[in-house]
Design a protein around this ligand. Structure first.
Ligand code: SAM
Length: 220
């Protein structure tokens, strides 16, 4: 699943035809509980799920799956050059790092020539709107151009959650700067079957503004 709209890879085939995934080495970046890797393994691929968070990987271990789990920073991947055919990330790592080019360069390094990296992030336009699912979430409340990160702190003033905003142009520039070729930018529309509300996500907002941006990149 690429995002809360519910676009899934069986329908989108952004990593290529599903039947071609068999036997492919796939790196999942910011895997969380490794839902994508579990699905990829089910298609006969050889996924590796990577996340910075030990706790998330414990959830992955508890749910199960016959694939490796790796705890590491996406900006310093512990793999040799050209180790994978594909890489994917559903909202993993990229929205949370100050230097996305570093992550993109690392992913490109570990991909084989011709390899594809598909990643989804919050659509940049959402930065300008309050994170509310109802009508109050439909009025611009902040500058789209303000790159000041969103930070939550604990009682000792330590950052415990950080989200970094990039405009659409920033994202394209980051991809190009890392050496990838941008093949597609998918903005999933909110489907009629999806009636769920979750955080700032809802059919009301989803029918009017995009919520997710999916970038399809290739290493030539
Ligand atoms: C919003 S969750 C998405 C998880 C999963 N891909 C999904 O679809 O549910 C973001 C994940 O990125 C991980 N993450 C954040 N920064 C990271 C980094 N620098 N390197 C690797 N993983 C990171 C977090 O630990 C978290 O599990």
């Amino acid at each position: 699943m690429w995002g809360p709209e519910g676009l899934d890879e069986v329908e989108a085939e952004l990593l290529g035809p599903t039947e071609d995934l068999k036997g492919q080495d796939v790196l999942e970046i910011g895997s969380g509980a490794a839902q994508c890797s579990r699905w990829l393994a089910g298609q006969g691929a050889r996924p590796v799920a990577l996340d910075l968070s030990h706790r998330q990987l414990q959830h992955a271990l508890r749910i199960g799956g016959a694939f490796p789990l790796v705890q590491a920073d996406a900006g310093a991947l512990p793999f040799k050059d050209a180790s994978f055919d594909l890489a994917c990330s559903a909202y993993g790592a990229l929205p949370f790092v100050a230097d996305p080019v570093l992550v993109l360069r690392e992913v490109r390094r570990v991909l084989r020539p011709g390899g594809r990296f598909v990643f989804s992030v919050t659509h940049p336009i959402r930065w300008a709107f309050p994170d509310e699912p109802g009508p109050e979430g439909l009025s611009v409340s902040a500058s789209y151009f303000d790159r000041t990160p969103y930070v939550e702190q604990d009682e000792r003033g330590r950052a415990v959650y950080v989200e970094h905003h990039r405009t659409l142009g920033d994202r394209v520039r980051d991809i190009v700067a890392s050496g990838f070729r941008l093949v597609d930018l998918v903005e999933p529309e909110w489907p009629a079957w999806n009636t769920s509300e979750w955080g700032g996500w809802s059919p009301l907002r989803g029918g009017l503004i995009p919520g997710t941006a999916i970038f399809v990149c290739e290493r030539d």
